[in-house]
Structure formats: C-alpha cells, structure tokens
Design a protein around this ligand. Structure first.
Ligand code: DGL
Length: 269
C-alpha cells in the first residue's frame, strides 16, 4: 500500500493545496480531512482550534501517512509546533510558504495579509514576514465573512462581490503591492478579490509554495512515490457530504472518493 500525504483543513479550503499537490506531484496519494461540521475555525478560541486539529491528526495517523500538511492557516498559527513535537513524520504548515512567496514577489515591501480572525490575531504572518526581511511593512485585515461564502459554494455572485468589496474597502486605501490570501479558502474567491483590489496588486496563495516545500522534503528524504499508476485519493468530511463533494469535484475537476465521518465526541458549544 502506498503511504499517503495527509492534508487537513476546517473545510474545503485545504483543497486549494490539494489541487497544487496533485499538479506538482501527480504520483503522490493524498488523504484529506475537511472538518466541515465544525467550520469555520476562524472565530473560535485558539485552544479549541488546537484541540480540533489534534483530533484530526489523530484520525489521519491511523492511515500511516508519510507526511502531514496542515492546510489551514488558523490551525497552523496555533498548533503547528505542537503537532510537530507529537508525531514522528514531517509536518508542513501554510504560513511560512505563503510569507516566503510574498517576500519573493513584493517590490515595495508593503504586503497586505487577509485571513481569519484567529490567524490575524496570532500575528503569525507579520512575524514570518519580518523574519524574512525586517524592512517589510505588513498590513493585516481579518475577513470573517469570506469562509461561510466558500463553504456554501457561493464563489461568484452579487452577494459575494458586495461582501468582498465591503470587507476590503480599508485595504484599498493603502499602498500595498502584494496581498497574501492568508486563508486557504480565499483562492476560491481570487477572481473577485482581484477585481476589487485592481490589477496592480499581486495575489499570493500559499498552495504553490506549500506543494514545493512538500516536494523538497520528500525528495530530501528519498520518500517520493515511485508507482507508475496514478494514485486513488481519499477524502473525509465531518459534515454534510453533498456540498463538500460538489465543491471538491468542481474545484479538482475530477470525481472524488468521499467518506463522511461522524465525530464520536459531540461538539458541545
Ligand atoms: N481555511 C482555513 C484557514 O486557512 C480555516 C478557515 C476557517 O475555518 O475559518 O485559515
């Protein structure tokens, strides 16, 4: 049995990373967990996001993955280091790859970051961007209304355009040249975000750079898949499977093999 790469997110957002991994590493088998029953993670307290992330890791580990990808900025910000210390396989997050990509693209050093409340509150992008270059100026903005639109499959509508326009109003007044989509759900809205921000702003999604990091780690450890047949990926989601399946198939452009998961521990809020 081929050892898979395990990828997780609160919902469909991590599929933006999955798509890039499939493109760059077509022989790698992927197992994916979208915690749609408990999305969004953005407004939740850090300890809760940490606990949910650990539960998903625990679930995925039973499939003996060779690597774990936390394809959720909110979870990366609060749980990456801890998860790394708990498992014996490499663990990749999405914040450093996104910051690296933006640092490489900006001309002026004025970089915008949009993300969930949890990610923005953590200051993780600011820290990563300053670490890469102390002269970077970072303008951060939480956009809590974006994820619910994406989870409903509402990518391009009048409502989506108005929500994006209103949310990014304050950012448009600033002089940034690069904008990090600091939530893996946001690439689903990239066309609208780009329309609202205007042509001069480069949008950065961490998916591309994250897939490159995965590739480098596997290559360095001599763990790249060598099978000739294309792998069969497997998807899990904890909420209603219909919407997840429809979004996943539309985004990935192929049929998916999906298993709904019912959490044993009820989510009491
Ligand atoms: N896609 C996730 C992120 O990158 C989580 C969004 C959410 O559930 O609020 O932060």
């Amino acid at each position: 049995m081929q050892e898979p790469i395990a990828i997780l997110d609160s919902g469909v957002g991590g599929l933006t990373v999955v798509k890039e991994v499939m493109r760059q590493l077509p022989r790698e088998k992927i197992i994916y967990f979208g915690d749609t029953a408990r999305a969004p993670y953005g407004p939740r307290p850090a300890e809760e996001v940490h606990r949910f992330t650990s539960e998903i890791v625990h679930y995925l580990i039973q499939y003996r993955p060779k690597m774990l990808v936390i394809a959720c900025n909110t979870a990366t910000a609060v749980a990456l280091e801890d998860i790394r210390s708990c498992v014996s396989i490499p663990v990749v997050g999405v914040i450093h790859p996104g910051a690296r990509a933006a640092n490489g693209r900006t001309q002026t050093g004025i970089i915008g970051v949009i993300g969930t409340e949890g990610t923005i509150r953590s200051g993780a992008y600011e820290q990563a961007l300053k670490q890469l270059s102390s002269s970077n100026e970072v303008i951060s903005l939480a956009c809590p209304r974006f994820v619910p639109l994406v989870e409903k499959g509402n990518f391009r509508s009048e409502e989506t355009y108005e929500t994006v326009r209103e949310s990014l109003e304050s950012l448009k007044q600033r002089q940034l040249d690069t904008l990090i989509l600091g939530c893996t759900h946001y690439p689903f809205l990239a066309d609208t975000i780009s329309e609202v921000m205007g042509k001069g702003i480069t949008l950065i999604s961490s998916a591309d750079e994250t897939a490159r990091e995965i590739s480098t780690i596997l290559y360095d450890r001599n763990r790249m898949a060598s099978n000739n047949e294309l792998p069969v990926h497997h998807f899990f989601c904890s909420g209603e499977p219909g919407m997840f399946k429809s979004i996943a198939q539309q985004w990935l452009g192929e049929q998916i093999d999906l298993t709904p998961v019912v959490w044993q521990v009820p989510n009491i809020v």
